[in-house]
Design a protein around this ligand. Structure first.
Ligand SMILES: [Zn+2]
Length: 211
């Protein structure tokens, strides 16, 4: 569902550009709104969310899909935790569809999906691991790296239930906006993937904006 926001970037309390291949970790408070902006188009922002006051409670794809009865995320989706409580709500979306089934790239999945020689290439899982190691203050460890959302990624489900990694439907300037329903840790890997045609083999920057 396409729904534009009325928030203006010049009124934001926080703005940061995240280069392709970099991570972003930040705490937002309940009631704040987070925008992830696809600056150049068809980028994937592989994102995890946690209850900042108890990081053992985190975003759950299965609870979210069950609660809304739909596998796609867009405006109106309420992101649920593994304790089946509302964590964030998508309040605006100019892309229209985001994936939470495909998982994130890892060096291991790169070898299966592409070729063995891709083992040493930078992957989202590495970026998340680096983030939690460089920011111990958030209290996250390896076991907390679980379900994620691939913002701006298009993974349609076929009539037979198959997953297809399709061409992106995002474009330069498209964004998704989420309102925090509890104090939230946001952990993003701005995907460094160089082997997937869905980003035209060209990972690009995103911007994160908070009101
Ligand atoms: Zn990735």
């Amino acid at each position: 569902m396409i729904k534009a926001s009325t928030l203006q970037p010049q009124d934001a309390s926080f703005r940061q550009t995240v280069l392709a291949g970099d991570y972003f970790i930040h705490r937002i408070e309940a009631g704040q709104t987070l925008r992830i902006l696809d600056l150049e188009g068809n980028q994937a922002a592989d994102t995890l969310f946690y209850n900042a006051d108890d990081p053992g409670e985190r975003y759950s794809a299965t609870d979210t899909i069950r609660a809304q009865g739909n596998v796609y995320l867009t405006a109106g989706s309420v992101l649920m935790t593994n304790e089946n409580r509302p964590l964030l709500e998508i309040v605006a979306d100019t892309c229209g569809r985001h994936d939470t089934l495909g998982g994130a790239c890892a060096t291991e999945s790169n070898t299966v999906r592409y070729s063995l020689e891709k083992k040493c290439m930078h992957a989202c899982r590495d970026s998340w691991m680096l983030a939690i190691n460089e920011h111990e203050e958030y209290g996250l460890d390896k076991a907390d790296i679980t379900h994620n959302i691939n913002f701006f990624m298009n993974v349609p489900v076929t009539a037979k239930g198959g997953l297809t990694f399709a061409d992106g439907i995002s474009d330069a300037g498209k964004y998704v906006e989420l309102k925090a329903l509890m104090n939230t840790i946001v952990l993003i890997s701005n995907c460094p993937q160089l082997n997937n045609p869905c980003n035209a083999y060209n990972p690009t920057p995103i911007e994160v904006i908070v009101w």
